[in-house]
Design a protein around this ligand. Structure first.
Ligand code: TZP
Ligand code: MG
Length: 212
């Protein structure tokens, strides 16, 4: 059974979001120590690792997340998710046929990104989805091909409509975090709020305080 409480402090990161592999693991380990609730490993874009390099990093990510008892979700790579025994996999709307992906995912948890009404309608009757990611809520520097931002109102609309637990994503910062969480969404998913934080532990403490 999928536990929606893991969506509360959802951290997403790939080596392209950091200054190299060493920095990637420093940021990840600090985030794990600071008690993120789930981690998504997302190699994406021109600087992303692939093949054996990606597998090598993913195996280390698996080891670290297991050490901290934090569930691991892999972005858009079902084979890798199975190979390293991740807890789940996440798909965008352009990551191939969703029904086929869900079948291949087997017993992995499945997340799907939703950006607007028509994307929601497209998945509404599909079985086997565990949660949706809604966004981008605000402008983001972390995703080159992001859809138009939907704002807090758009987030509120899709969150209330969703039959699944949902997590907000895109441009979420310590400044707008409380407005995001006030929509009733289960949690927030962030890259830069943590990867660019001067004090990851303090950022997580603040984040958790808003959920009390
Ligand atoms: N999907 C929609 S926006 C986004 C993803 C992966 C990037 C989120 O990064 P940030 O830095 O939290 O805006
Ligand atoms: Mg994707």
């Amino acid at each position: 059974m999928f536990d929606p409480s893991i969506l509360v402090n959802y951290f997403v990161l790939g080596t392209q979001d950091t200054n190299g592999e060493r920095h990637f693991f420093e940021v990840l380990e600090e985030a794990l120590q600071s008690k993120i609730s789930v981690f998504q490993y997302r190699e994406k874009g021109q600087l992303a690792l692939s093949g054996s390099e990606k597998l090598r990093v993913a195996k280390k990510v698996r080891q670290l997340t297991a050490d901290y008892h934090v569930p691991l979700i892999i972005d858009d790579d079902i084979q890798l998710a199975h190979e390293i025994d991740a807890e789940g996999v996440h798909f965008g709307q352009k990551d191939g046929d969703i029904i086929n992906n869900i079948q291949l995912a087997g017993n992995l948890a499945v997340g799907v990104s939703v950006s607007n009404d028509s994307q929601y309608k497209r998945i509404e009757n599909i079985k086997g989805i565990d949660y949706i990611g809604i966004g981008p809520v605000f402008a983001t520097v972390s995703k080159a091909d992001a859809n138009p931002e939907i704002g807090v109102e758009g987030l509120k609309y899709l969150t209330s409509k969703s039959k699944w637990p949902s997590v907000a994503i895109g441009g979420i910062s310590e400044i707008n975090l409380s407005s995001v969480l006030s929509t009733g969404v289960n949690g927030a998913a962030v890259i830069s709020m943590i990867s660019q934080s001067a004090n990851i532990s303090a950022t997580l403490k603040y984040w958790r305080s808003l959920h009390l």
